[in-house]
Ligand binder design. Sequence first.
Ligand SMILES: Nc1nc2c(ncn2[C@@H]2O[C@H](COP(=O)(O)OP(=O)(O)OP(=O)(O)O)[C@@H](O)[C@H]2O)c(=O)[nH]1
Length: 365
Amino acid sequence: MVLAQLGGTITRAIQRMRNATIIDENVLNECLTEIYRALLLADVQFQLVRNMQNNIRLIICSGDLAGGHYERRIIQKAIFDELCNMLDLGKPFFTPKKGKTSVIMFVGLQGSGKTTTCTKYAYYHQKKGWKPALVCADTFRAGAFDQLKQNATKAKIPFYGSYTESDPVKIAVEGVETFKKENCDLIIVDTSGRHKQEAVLFEEMRQVSEATKPDLIVLVMDSSIGQAAFDQAQAFKQSVPVGAVILTKMDGHAKGGGALSAVAATKSHVIFIGTGEHMDEFGVFDVKPFVSRLLGMGGFMEEIHEVVTKDQQPELLQKLSEPKLTLRTMYGLVQNTLKMGPIGQVCIFSIVGYDALSYHPMLVF
Ligand SMILES: Nc1nc2c(ncn2[C@@H]2O[C@H](COP(=O)(O)OP(=O)(O)OP(=O)(O)O)[C@@H](O)[C@H]2O)c(=O)[nH]1
């Protein structure tokens, strides 16, 4: 089940409940069961779904369900908030500062996209005026240094590695020292890929971490790994102090729930997501747009903010909350939609956020 399917299932469950004449305990239970099943199928870990179940029940019980008012909205909002709470840990995490040297160590399973992500991360910062550098401490996979070298050369980012040295700790330390002397402000250390069971490689990861003393350890995870996400993330966290997660391959058939599980397992934020093989297919991870997408509530929030700026939004919301929707307002909405790209990819209620539209008498979904 991909993200859109999960959203569709949840929306349909809520819609069915909305169509019921009376919202009693049975109708509500049926709706919630369907939602939990959808979340489990989307790879959200069982325990997380159970906790969410209890929290949503508490929220709904304290809402105005008895009177039958806005029940769909209360439930949809409870689910939205719960998912956001799972992903948003609310505590500050380490963020490197431009001009001040930070060492960032990347770890992850083999093939998760670690080497590609190291370069994407460096390139992202380089475009913003940073001075990044890449160190290849992956002596395990033949060709790893060549891959990093090729990517780094393409992006004009300095790199360090060796064809002859087999000790990853030595390479990592030398690379970090070299780039510290060159006043690089973002020194990125790529480590060997590993499988969960490979104790030797986990030990190597610990040694590289102890020797280079990174300011941040980033766990790179393939977003399509499914229910295994929680256990894998936990295994890494138990070996080294993972401080952030980057999810790759979000452009593929990712189920999305793995993100929630990874955050829960590592107690650290998802900071970026990879959305393709190319260097610039990489972006900052924002909790609310991600959850909106997960719930099928419009996945183009980033584009919305570009076409309807923050200061224009209150006026648009005001117009939409009036009982009469004028042709002029409708024209403005269509114009904004067109600016957001191919019409097939845009969900109309994305333009202002679903809150206003779910209330609007003329725009019921
Ligand atoms: N579609 C897609 N492919 C990606 C993404 N990130 C990485 N890849 C691809 O995933 C494959 C594996 O990426 P690598 O960077 O070599 O993986 P790695 O984790 O460094 O692998 P090891 O060095 O063996 O541990 C490559 O073909 C990448 O192009 C992404 O966000 N989307």
